[in-house]
Design a protein around this ligand. Structure first.
Ligand code: SAM
Length: 207
């Protein structure tokens, strides 16, 4: 991450998240032709009309999720695999990140990037992540990097009690929402306006 981005985030995002991001080489997660721009604090194109999220957004989402060592995390919208790699650092070798992407070419791109970066505790799968990934549920944390019309019920149901889900919700105006599963029901916290590509699928926007 660039020094100016670090300075902007220091104080509002935990040092643990910033340190994890410092250990993941973002240039390995963007197409070769734009590696010179890898550390700019903005989304960058990764092909198939999709983007790798801006570093500050990855930092904020990881911070809001409060990802601990050893956790089992579901990541919806793998894209380049960068966000999954940062979460893999946060869960450490005892934890695991399951990351699901609907576009085959991006799932392949992400697997190559994760291998090049030496990340071992991320499994990339192809499919409609708006349905979650029941095979490996329940999850301690769920990260969704695409905006949904409303919070998908399967994702809420695949959280452990005490588990947390972060997701952008809305179309014209999108808001980052944190959902925590309680013993009974769910609590919601709103974390301000954001801009994401749509979550397309059964519990997302229509394709
Ligand atoms: N986290 C990514 C990264 O680190 O590069 C960036 C994610 S990009 C903003 C959003 C991704 O969500 C796109 O790759 C898009 O194809 C994917 N996506 C959209 N709908 C999806 C769905 N239903 N299931 C899985 N992936 C989906």
């Amino acid at each position: 991450m660039k020094d100016e981005t670090m300075r902007m985030l220091r104080g509002s995002v935990s040092d643990r998240v910033l340190a994890a991001m410092g250990r993941v080489p973002r240039e390995l997660f963007v197409p070769r032709g734009i590696r010179g721009s890898a550390y700019e604090d903005r989304p960058l194109p990764i092909g198939e009309g999709q983007t790798i999220s801006a570093p500050h957004m990855v930092a904020i989402m990881c911070d809001v999720l409060d990802i601990g060592e050893g956790m089992r995390v579901l990541d919806v919208g793998t894209g380049s695999g960068y966000h999954a790699a940062v979460m893999a650092e946060l869960v450490g070798p005892e934890g695991h990140v399951y990351s699901i992407e609907r576009i085959t070419q991006l799932a392949v791109f992400a697997k190559e990037n994760l291998t090049a970066a030496g990340v071992k505790n991320v499994t990339v799968l192809e499919g409609d992540g708006s349905r979650g990934l029941p095979e490996y549920a329940p999850y301690d944390r769920i990260n969704v990097a695409a905006t949904a019309p409303k919070i998908p019920e399967p994702l809420k149901e695949q959280l452990k009690v005490g588990g947390k889900l972060v997701i952008p919700v809305g179309s014209c105006y999108q808001e980052l929402v944190l959902v925590e599963r309680m013993k009974e029901g769910y609590e919601l916290e709103h974390h301000g306006g954001v801009v994401f590509v749509p979550l397309l699928g059964d519990y997302g926007f229509e394709m």
